[in-house]
Design a protein around this ligand. Structure first.
Ligand SMILES: O=C(O)c1cc(=O)[nH]c(=O)n1[C@@H]1O[C@H](COP(=O)(O)O)[C@@H](O)[C@H]1O
Length: 238
């Protein structure tokens, strides 16, 4: 596999906490040299944008995971506001459609700071049966590929997908198209609510650029030890 576009730490730790105090306590046990951080709905709604600024002041790159999904004008405005926070990466739902994705791209491009813009394809908590139940005939991986085509055509920097799909994404859209992969579970870890899961080493072997990992690290007795051993696992694959 050719050179990975990802620079710096490839693990993005999901800070899924109900308040700033708990999130900051976890951040303090980690290090910007070893990981990036993700702020999602729960934390953003309870702690607000200032928490993102605090984490950035501590040296962390922040992935603003608010999965915008609305009409093009609303999503573009939200992307502009997120970019102004100085975040490293942000995401929108690719299923919002080409016009929405193009509006998001244009909004980011006109700003002074340009975060990586990533399209969420099919959530890793969903499998083929879930898609069929919602009326889609495609498999989860085929639908993820379909939505990635929209994201690539609109000029997004990459997609959120399962690491099961990472190699296919790079084959279709090139090595520069980033794959950001949640649903990562070390061997023997519980799946929780994730369905399309992959181990860290297998994700790296599949060419995943960034691995989003929450509970296996944040609920561990020694989060830094788990993070370090995952980073070691990743180094061995490259
Ligand atoms: O966009 C995301 O980050 C995301 C997309 C997806 O398809 N699946 C997914 O799990 N995520 C996020 O990735 C994190 C995974 O956390 P754990 O399941 O605890 O490792 C959560 O914060 C989810 O919100």
């Amino acid at each position: 596999m050719s050179e990975n576009r990802a620079l710096g730490p490839r693990v993005i730790v999901a800070l899924d906490y109900p308040n700033a105090a708990e999130a900051l306590a976890m951040a303090q046990r980690l290090s910007p040299e070893l990981c990036r951080l993700k702020v999602g709905f729960e934390l953003f709604v309870s702690a607000g944008p200032s928490l993102i600024e605090t984490l950035q002041d501590q040296g962390f790159d922040v992935f603003c995971d608010l999965k915008f999904h609305d009409i093009p004008n609303t999503v573009a405005s939200a992307c502009r506001a997120a970019a102004r926070l100085g975040v490293w990466m942000l995401n929108v739902h690719a299923s919002g459609g080409p016009a929405m994705l193009e509006a998001a791209r244009a909004a980011i491009d006109e700003g002074a700071h340009k975060p990586l813009l990533i399209g969420v394809t099919v959530l890793t908590s969903m499998d083929d049966a879930d898609l069929h139940a919602s009326g889609l005939a495609r498999s989860a991986s085929a639908q993820a590929g379909f939505l990635a085509d929209w994201a690539a055509k609109a000029g997004l920097d990459g997609v959120v997908c399962s690491a099961q799909e990472a190699a296919g994404m790079h084959a279709a859209h090139g090595r520069q198209f980033l794959t950001v992969t949640p649903g990562i579970r070390p061997i023997n870890a519980t799946a929780d609510d994730q369905k399309r899961i992959v181990s860290p080493a297998q994700a790296a072997a599949n060419g995943s650029d960034y691995l989003v990992i929450g509970r296996p690290i944040t609920r561990a007795a020694r989060p830094l030890d788990v993070l370090s051993s995952i980073n070691d696992e990743l180094k061995q694959v490259i």
